[in-house]
Design a binder for this molecule. Structure first.
Ligand SMILES: Nc1ncnc2c1ncn2[C@@H]1O[C@H](COP(=O)(O)OP(=O)(O)OP(=O)(O)O)[C@@H](O)[C@H]1O
Length: 233
């Protein structure tokens, strides 16, 4: 079953076309890397998926309304007042009610457990490490029990070990929670080890590929990157 399907789909900002004639078909339960240079349209596409971009044409069919989104930028300074559990519960605290009901509490607890944060749920988020913060951001998206989880460059600011740890955890979520993952990234070589498909945004078009094409794309890109480095010596 497809979870995302587009036909002749486009995105534009006024006269400026970002994406045209996109045909995408992502089966449920896969881990897709969203690739492309800065400004290629990855975030615009994701915003269309989460209903924050209406400047579209053509067909976009999303086979779920449970979508979790982990944005790239969060302003969490050292004096951020909430602890990890309170931050993860924030999705529930939009109304007048300041406490959580039993079902909500248990969703928060299981999100913390899934992201390996149960033992540090009372730690102040502002004092958490980069890796712990990223896990808390993902946990916050998980409390709504999404079918589709979208992460925007979640590994960008982490050291290598924590990048791998986060990707392993996300991969585990894909398997155990039957989630579809869309992972926006510029770190193709790293994410290719975990993904089973990709969307490549390039010059106003998008190309979809499976796991085999992902490996050849990675080899090609790594090769180009290595050549560039040699040229710059
Ligand atoms: N709200 C907007 N209004 C007008 N132009 C926009 C808007 N949002 C994005 N753009 C432009 O659309 C293009 C695609 O931007 P987008 O953020 O989707 O790219 P991206 O692939 O996510 O880039 P990055 O890797 O840098 O995050 C860019 O040229 C950007 O300047």
């Amino acid at each position: 079953m497809s979870i995302i399907r587009t036909k002749d789909f486009g995105i534009h900002y006024g006269e400026k076309k970002i994406l045209t004639h996109a045909t995408i078909d992502i089966p449920a339960g896969r881990f897709f890397a969203l690739l492309g240079e800065n400004g290629a349209g990855k975030t615009s596409f994701v915003k269309a998926l989460i209903g924050q971009n209406q400047q579209t044409d053509g067909e976009l069919k999303l086979n779920t309304n449970r979508v979790g989104f982990v944005p790239q930028f969060r302003d969490i300074t050292r004096d951020f007042p909430l602890n990890i559990a309170e931050f993860v519960a924030l999705n529930y605290n939009k109304g007048w009610r300041l406490w959580l009901n039993k079902r909500e509490k248990s969703a928060v607890e299981s999100a913390l457990k899934l992201m390996d944060l149960a033992d540090m749920s009372d730690k102040r988020l502002g004092l958490a490490s980069g890796g712990q913060k990223q896990r808390a951001f993902v946990a916050q998206a998980l409390v709504q029990q999404p079918d589709l989880l979208i992460l925007d460059e979640s590994t960008a600011s982490l050291d290598h070990e924590h990048k791998i740890q986060l990707l392993q955890t996300v991969k585990q979520l894909q398997k155990t929670q039957h989630l579809t993952i869309l992972f926006i990234t510029h770190e193709l070589e790293l994410v290719a080890q975990f993904a089973d498909g990709y969307l490549l945004f390039e010059n106003g078009h998008v190309t979809q590929g499976g796991v085999d094409e992902l490996q050849s794309l990675t080899m090609k890109m790594t090769h180009i990157h290595a050549e560039d480095e040699v040229r710059h010596v």
